[in-house]
Design a protein around this ligand. Structure first.
Ligand SMILES: NC(=O)C1=CN([C@@H]2O[C@H](COP(=O)(O)OP(=O)(O)OC[C@H]3O[C@@H](n4cnc5c(N)ncnc54)[C@H](OP(=O)(O)O)[C@@H]3O)[C@@H](O)[C@H]2O)C=CC1
Ligand SMILES: CCCCCC(=O)/C=C/[C@H]1[C@H](O)CC(=O)[C@@H]1CCCCCCC(=O)O
Length: 329
């Protein structure tokens, strides 16, 4: 008999999540049947989407949504061997039973020098988000200028580096001076702390006096409104996320820059990374090759212990993380 630990949404978040909004419970799992396997979480992902998702799709008492790298500890499914690893969408659970449907097996050739947590980061959903969201929507060309915000996070850090690989001049905004220093180490041409600049408008102008061809937006809200007037004619904006709004209790009142969009003939396109699910292998292969060649660096913020899942999640929303935020169970 296995006792699974499970984090549930105790109370809907109001504004910024609080520890008391979460509930840790134990669940007794039955013995697995033919066609089932037992998984034990090794690394669990915390991601910004969990905050708006809870509002859109969850009720109090539901298990928190999320993906994890898990070890197969028992198997009655021929394709999944005991001791192998998979990416599972089991939510915030230490142990789970699966039929194998929608599991993503980690290759048995996974390089020993790469932590398996990368399957939740640069070699997983955030990596694919950066890869397809930038290349397919912005289509950055050599010599162009690329702007990215939340630039020291899981997606943003990769977007900026992929921009460099493609020959762009890259400007990144992040929320602390150490993050800004890191972005410069990663090859960003200009990096700024959006919390300490006296004017976002002036900082955007100073970092790229000729304007931006491409903008990968993870933040939305005031940043998006401030950035659009700095786009070049026929600029492309990849709308990836809106983290500045996820904890809002009342909707922000923003002036939609209609005339800017028209006169500059901007392309502004939102996306969900799942759009390119059919090209997943291609994306992972390209990202893995760049990592192997040392062209694409990754960073992770690893929180220890399944019991710290809410802390890791709240830390992510506060900006404590550098690179991908994961929890080691
Ligand atoms: N469309 C899609 O398919 C996908 C979209 N996303 C979106 O991409 C974005 C980045 O995700 P991910 O890389 O996983 O997360 P990150 O690793 O970037 O973590 C979130 C970061 O957002 C920054 N942040 C928090 N609050 C604010 C704020 N008010 N204003 C500006 N920055 C803020 C913090 O960094 P700092 O210290 O710089 O403030 C924090 O570290 C999110 O908006 C997410 O929803 C992610 C995956 C798929
Ligand atoms: C829920 C708000 C999403 C904000 C943008 C974001 O972070 C998206 C992330 C998704 C990524 O594309 C792959 C995922 O699994 C993430 C979340 C999916 C939630 C989908 C809910 C849609 C629905 O129920 O209709």
């Amino acid at each position: 008999m296995v006792l699974a630990k499970v984090w549930k949404l105790k109370s809907h978040f109001v504004g910024f999540p609080k520890s008391s909004d979460f509930l840790l419970e134990e669940e007794e799992l039955p013995a697995i049947k033919d066609g089932e396997l037992l998984l034990e979480a090794e690394f669990l992902s915390v991601d910004p989407y969990m905050r708006p998702y809870s509002v859109m799709n969850m009720k109090e008492g539901d298990v928190m949504i999320g993906s994890q790298v898990a070890k197969v500890v028992e198997s009655k499914v021929a394709e999944f061997h005991v001791g192998s690893f998979v990416v599972s969408h089991a939510g915030w659970r230490s142990h789970s039973i699966s039929t194998g449907d929608s599991l993503q097996a980690l290759p048995s050739t996974w390089p020993t020098e790469l932590p398996r947590s990368l399957a939740l980061g640069v070699l997983g959903m955030p990596g694919l988000t950066a890869y397809f969201g930038l290349l397919e929507i912005c289509g950055p060309a050599r010599g162009e200028t690329l702007l990215v915000n939340a630039a020291a996070g899981a997606v943003g850090m990769l977007v900026g580096q992929i921009g460099k690989i493609k020959g762009c001049r890259v400007v990144g905004f992040a929320g602390s001076d150490p993050k800004v220093e890191l972005l410069k180490e990663l090859g960003f041409d200009s990096a700024l702390n959006y919390r300490s600049v006296s004017s976002l408008d002036a900082a955007l102008a100073q970092a790229a006096p000729g304007g931006y061809d491409c903008f990968f937006d993870n933040v939305g809200g005031d940043f998006l409104c401030a950035a659009l007037p700095h786009m070049k004619h026929r600029g492309r904006v990849s709308v990836c996320g809106g983290i500045s709004m996820y904890n809002d209790v009342t909707s922000q009142k923003l002036t939609f820059p209609q005339l800017t969009l028209i006169f500059k003939e901007l392309k502004v396109e939102g996306f969900m990374v799942t759009r390119w699910q059919h090209r997943r292998d291609e994306g992972i292969a390209a990202l893995a090759a760049w990592v192997k060649e040392g062209k694409l660096q990754y960073r992770e913020t690893v929180t220890e212990g399944f019991s710290a899942m809410p802390d890791a999640f709240m830390g992510l929303l506060r900006g404590d993380n550098v690179g991908k935020a994961v929890v080691r169970a």
